[in-house]
Design a protein around this ligand. Sequence first.
Ligand code: HC1
Ligand code: SF4
Length: 578
Amino acid sequence: MKAQINNKECSFEAQESILQVARKNGVFIPTLCELHDQGHAPGTCRVCLVEVKREGSATSEFVTACDTPMQDGLQVMTRTQAVQDMRRVQVELIMAEHNQDCAACSRHGDCELLDVAEAVGVRQSACTIAKPGVTSVCEGTDEAIRFDPSRCIRCMRCVAMCRDIQGVDALSLVGRGAETAIVLNGGEGRRQSDCVSCGQCVMVCPTGALAENDQTQAVLNYLIDPEIVTVFQIAPAIRVGFGQEFGLPAGTNVEGQVVSALRAIGADVILDTNFAADLVIMEEGNEVLGRVLEGRGTTFTSCCPGWVDFAEKHFPGILPMVSSTRSPQQCLGSLAKTYLAKKMDIDAKHIRVVSIMPCTAKKQEAARPELAKDGVPDVDVVLTIREFARLLRREGVNLAELEPSAFDDPLMSEYTGAGVIFGTTGGVMEAAIRTLYFVANGKELDGIEVHDVRGFDRVREATIEVGGQVGTLNVAMVHGLKGAAQVAQAVLDGSVKYDFIEVMACPGGCIDGGGHLRSKKGYLKHAEARRKGLYAIDRKTGARQSHNNQQVQKLYQDFLGEPLSHASHDLLHTHYQA
Ligand code: HC1
Ligand code: SF4
């Protein structure tokens, strides 16, 4: 089939929209609400207006290019004066209703609305309409994500993300016209609602309407307080995702620069969450081993807080199957205020643990009352990648200009290749299998890598011959909550039988967590490069199995005794509530 765009003939396939055909032919049409890699084209912002003339018609009409199918013989004009004027008015209307206090916006310097304003030639909004009295149950702050209705442009990306990709369906659009608002389903406030704070809605919001609850000021306050000992930890995925905030390509290993940056802003102790990932394999691996040997059925991983929250809210029946081991973030926080405090002779009252995570749900995890001792949390503040970048900019530190440096903590910064691959889907499972193989056979797995559990399909399964007392393990790896719901339901129905299931709430795992740099006009653009970055680090690491982490061995010798000991239970395990 053939049509014309700006008087140039082009061919197209049935069902293709005018926007898709234009893009294939290198013709630019500005868009705002549309998110093409997710097939999201609601046509609500009307920025993609084009003029069309149908075959045999003497007059032209204006249509939105994203949701209008291309037709045989259609003439499309994308740059007429009328088109330009209408687009400009459209963006002015959106801007007029939008809170233009850009300095206070989380998307400051990185806003898709301002990009579009520039593209259509709006330099300044012609008028400002007082924001109507929009009310929203998720207005205000909570410990993970906040919603600012005055910056919402009703593009519906967040609603579609939560419903169609995550399958949580925690958001709805209510009201009409200018009074339309996004609200949470299932109960007032994020904790009570269906939302699990995964942050995937934040990743696709084109403005600052959805954002992490910014805690950079709290960390600055710790850093300038001479009484406080700041203990930082960095998550596995940080080292392959953070460089992008400073213009480096996705997947670049910036671990050494992150350590230098933390020193530059005055961190007292720098730990690696990877160390705790190795520790979690020792605890969770022993839980799985016990359950397999005693025939007690499936174990689900517990390190992803979005998943744990989802299980509690939506699949309480599986809670007895969720590993009781706390996440690496929480294990490290707990040990920082006990083991580290003891070894460094610091009063734990003065310690503040700050985590740098690619995740919004980690904020909600750190705030869980059952993970606090006498009301004092083990992890005091969680900064997403975006907040950490903000903190460095506020302190005048440019990561890209720093020389790398090494961790200097002799207690909890060593990690193995197994610990670092936690950051990608399949990584926890692979790390566990490397250690279970050793336990079952008394020797290391030949070739070390377990390719059967790798991949990017949303739900994967594998049968692993571990041998020895463990025998064959049936395992599954799931990333994204839609797949998690499917697997959880199948386990409850008894239609599948797995020994061990790894679940990560975010599609891709932590390498694409809801706390990363936000992409413009795209979603999951960097997962592959970041995943390769983590596997490259694994290959270069001296020891590649968690049980070979010498600092973990020393921790057991000096402090915990053995995996699943009384001390381990006290400091490294938890319980869940429906
Ligand atoms: Fe993750 Fe984890 S891997 S949950 O994805 O188990 O956030 O990176 O820190 O705790 O180690 C996140 C990443 C992270 C924990 C570990
Ligand atoms: Fe949905 Fe996750 Fe956003 Fe909550 S944080 S509304 S669960 S996408």
